[in-house]
Design a binder for this molecule. Structure first.
Ligand code: FMN
Length: 269
């Protein structure tokens, strides 16, 4: 004889799966959680569209307290750089073929045009609305800062406005050379570029993996500099052998800046 299902049983069959799904969502079973994915994508697009929340926004370098404290006794002077050229005499393929580490320089000084071109290649802004740059950056968080040591002083490159901030008039090449196992390419180059990173700008969003991203980004920036130097028929060498602390001391860098690369640039001998 057919028995009508009991009311309690159908209620139980309906409610139990709902309760299980509520408390043990599918991602616990190793499947993709669509909601998490959407949140991530939105988060990513908010970051690249300039609508960053405060927690994730890298500090504007101008307002960076650490940097301002480091150079508080120095009246910083701004130097507007000439516009970068978007066409050169050497193709990308030729620059790739010609790039070679150069450690001996003629002593002839670089002009401001060449310095401008090299700094633009390193971190220049190539998309004015969102501020995207020549080198890619994870989450567009831009943890890399670029400094320049010249015979007439020490400078910070500000991508916004394509300018240099002068932080001192001392020629720091000798001190930097001593901090870098006495590598003479540093003291004989016309200019020395220092690539530093503020890890927190990236790790605040990506955690420990952000450290890897920062190192990858320093590589992008350095290669841009080396290829631009090759395209200008200049010599350059990427230097990684130095004492972080001594470099930081020589340049009076704030403690949150980690020097990652030193790149002497000049006319080859
Ligand atoms: C991460 C890294 C660190 C380096 N450090 C130094 C260095 O401290 N001093 C130096 O003279 N060259 C340094 N170099 C340059 C290498 O010695 C050079 O790239 C290598 O000899 C190959 O020659 P090439 O650059 O002409 O192709 C470094 C290169 C890299 C990628």
């Amino acid at each position: 004889m057919y028995k009508k299902p009991c009311k309690h049983l159908s209620f139980t069959l309906l409610i139990v799966p709902v309760l299980i799904l509520t408390f043990f969502p599918l991602n616990g079973c190793g499947k993709i959680n669509i909601k998490d994915m959407l949140v991530k994508i939105q988060d990513q697009s908010a970051n690249t569209s300039g609508k960053k929340d405060n927690k994730q926004t890298p500090k504007n370098f101008k307002n960076d307290e650490m940097l301002n404290n480091s150079y508080k006794d120095t009246k910083s002077e701004e130097i507007m750089l000439p516009d970068p050229k978007l066409k050169g005499i050497i193709s990308l393929e030729e620059a790739l073929k010609n790039r070679r580490s150069v450690r001996e320089f003629s002593g002839k000084d670089l002009g401001l045009d060449d310095i401008s071109q090299i700094l633009w290649a390193a971190q220049g802004i190539t998309e004015s609305k969102l501020g995207f740059r020549t080198a890619p950056s994870a989450g567009a968080l831009y943890p890399i800062e670029v400094f320049v040591v010249k015979s007439d002083g020490f400078f910070h490159y500000t991508p916004n406005g394509h300018k240099l901030e002068k932080f001192g008039s001392e020629n720091l090449k000798q001190k930097l050379m001593e901090a870098s196992l006495f590598q003479e390419s540093i003291s004989t180059a016309s200019i020395v570029i220092i690539v530093t990173a503020i890890y927190e700008r990236t790790t605040v969003k990506y955690g420990e993996r952000g450290i890897r991203y920062v190192h990858l980004e320093a590589g992008h920036v350095c290669q841009n500099i080396l290829l631009q130097a090759a395209a200008l028929q200049l010599g350059a060498v990427p230097i990684g052998a130095f004492s972080d602390d001594e470099v930081r001391k020589a340049l009076n860098l704030p403690t949150d800046h980690k020097p990652l690369y030193i790149i002497p640039v000049g006319y080859s001998k």
